[in-house]
Design a protein around this ligand. Structure first.
Ligand SMILES: Cc1cc2nc3c(=O)[nH]c(=O)nc-3n(C[C@H](O)[C@H](O)[C@H](O)COP(=O)(O)OP(=O)(O)OC[C@H]3O[C@@H](n4cnc5c(N)ncnc54)[C@H](O)[C@@H]3O)c2cc1C
Ligand code: SF4
Length: 325
C-alpha cells in the first residue's frame, strides 16, 4: 500500500475544506471497514494522497426521535442502529436491516454513512491489483463491463445498462421502503434529497467535495407493518442475493399503504411500483400475492447466469405479502 496522509477533521466544514485542499486526491474515512480493503487491493484509479478521518467530527453520531420520525447522524454505527429502542419502536425494518449486515465486529465499526456510500462487491471490480493486474471495466473508467459475458451470477437483473454491479447496502433497501431522505453538506452548503434520487447506476450523486451528514426517516402510517428480509447464501455473514424491505398498511382488510423495495437486483435499490400499485386498495390473498410477485419483476432482463434471481425475487415478494395475512 502506498503511504498517505491521515488528516483528522473536527467539523463537516473542515472535512469539505480538506477535500477541496486535496483536489480530488483525498477520500473520506469513517469506520474504514470498506475503505481499507479498497486501498489494500489498489482498486481506485489512483491511490489517495490523504484519508480525511471524519470519525473525529463531534456530533455526527446520534439517533434523534420526534413526532416526525427519526433522524440518524452519518457517523452512527450500524450496531447502534440495530440496538436502538427508538429505531426498533418506530422502524423495526431498519433495525432488522442493520442487524443483517456483516458481523458484530463490522457493525461496531461500520457507520450509516459508510454503509450507504460503500463500493460495489462485483468480483471483477474487486479483483486485487496485486494478483496478476487490475481488471479494467466501465465503472473503473476504462473499457466495457466484463460481467456482461462473464460470470454474472450475482449481478443485476434490472437497470444495469453499462454496469451490472448491484447496490450492496442493506440499509439503503429498507430506507427506500421508508421513503427516507439524505442530507449532504458541501461547498455550496446543505442539500437534502430523497433516497431514490441519491443512488444511480455508477454510485451516488454526491459531489467530490460533499459529505453525507444525516438520514431522516419519516414515521410510516400507524396501521403499517415493516419487514426486511434478505436471501443470502451464508446465513451468518453474507451480502444479499436478493433482499426486500416493505411497509404495508392494511385497514378493514384492504391495503392502504404499500411501499416495497428490492435490493441486490439492480445498481440501486428498486421500488417495486408495479406490485405496490397492484395491491393498493385490495385485500391481500394468495392470488394477489402471486400477481404482485410477477409485477415486481416486470421488465427484468437477466444476464446469462442470474435468471434464478427473478424466481427468488418473486418468492420474497409473495412471502412478504402472505405474511401480512
Ligand atoms: C466482510 C464484510 C461483510 C459485509 N457484509 C455486508 C452486508 O451483509 N450488508 C451490507 O449492507 N454491508 C455489508 N458490508 C459492508 C459494510 O456495511 C460497510 O463496509 C460499512 O457499512 C462501511 O462503513 P464504514 O463507516 O466502515 O465506511 P468506510 O469504509 O470508512 O467508507 C466506505 C466508503 O464510504 C465513504 N464514506 C464514509 N462515510 C461517508 C460520509 N459520511 N459521507 C460521504 N462518504 C462517506 C468513504 O469515503 C468510502 O468510500 C460488509 C463488509 C465486510 C467487510
Ligand atoms: S458490473 Fe460494473 S463494476 Fe462489475 S465489471 Fe461490470 S462495469 Fe465493472
Amino acid at each position: 500500500m502506498k503511504s498517505f496522509r491521515h488528516v483528522d477533521v473536527t467539523t463537516v466544514t473542515e472535512a469539505v475544506a480538506a477535500l477541496e485542499y486535496y483536489k480530488g486526491k483525498a477520500v473520506l474515512n469513517a469506520g474504514a471497514t470498506d475503505l481499507l480493503g479498497i486501498l489494500k487491493d489498489s482498486l481506485l484509479p489512483e491511490q489517495p494522497a490523504a484519508l480525511i478521518n471524519i470519525k473525529t467530527i463531534a456530533g455526527l453520531n446520534y439517533i434523534r426521535a420526534d413526532s416526525a420520525g427519526v433522524r440518524i447522524g452519518a457517523l452512527t454505527r450500524l450496531s447502534e442502529i440495530a440496538a436502538s429502542p427508538a429505531v426498533s419502536a418506530r422502524h423495526e425494518g431498519l433495525a432488522r436491516a442493520a442487524r443483517s449486515v456483516a458481523t458484530p465486529e463490522i457493525r461496531n465499526m461500520g457507520t450509516l454513512g459508510g454503509n450507504l456510500c460503500q463500493q460495489v462487491r462485483c468480483w471483477y471490480y474487486r479483483y486485487p491489483h496485486h494478483l496478476g493486474g487490475r481488471i479494467i471495466c466501465y465503472r473503473k473508467g476504462q473499457g466495457t463491463c466484463p460481467a456482461i459475458i462473464g460470470d454474472n451470477r450475482y449481478h443485476a437483473i434490472m437497470g444495469g445498462k453499462v454496469c451490472f454491479a448491484v447496490c450492496p447496502s442493506d440499509l439503503a433497501v429498507m430506507l427506500a421502503a421508508l421513503d427516507a431522505r439524505i442530507t449532504l453538506y458541501g461547498p455550496e452548503g446543505e442539500r437534502t434529497l430523497g433516497i431514490q434520487d441519491f443512488f444511480h447506476t455508477l454510485g451516488n450523486v454526491m459531489g467530490p467535495r460533499e459529505i453525507l451528514t444525516e438520514v431522516q426517516v419519516p414515521l410510516p402510517p400507524d396501521n403499517s407493518r415493516q419487514t426486511f428480509h434478505k436471501y443470502r447464501l451464508r446465513e451468518q455473514v453474507d451480502f444479499a442475493i436478493v433482499s426486500i424491505g416493505s411497509v404495508i398498511g392494511v385497514t378493514d382488510g384492504r391495503c392502504t399503504h404499500a411501499k416495497i423495495a428490492l435490493g441486490a437486483v439492480a445498481p440501486t435499490p428498486v421500488r417495486a411500483t408495479g406490485a405496490e400499485n397492484l395491491i393498493l386498495g385490495k385485500s391481500i390473498d394468495a392470488d394477489l400475492a402471486e400477481a404482485a410477485a410477477r409485477a415486481a419483476v416486470t421488465g427484468a432482463k437477466p444476464l446469462g447466469k442470474n435468471a434464478y434471481k427473478i424466481e427468488i425475487t418473486k418468492t420474497l415478494v409473495r412471502r412478504m405479502l402472505l405474511s401480512q395475512l
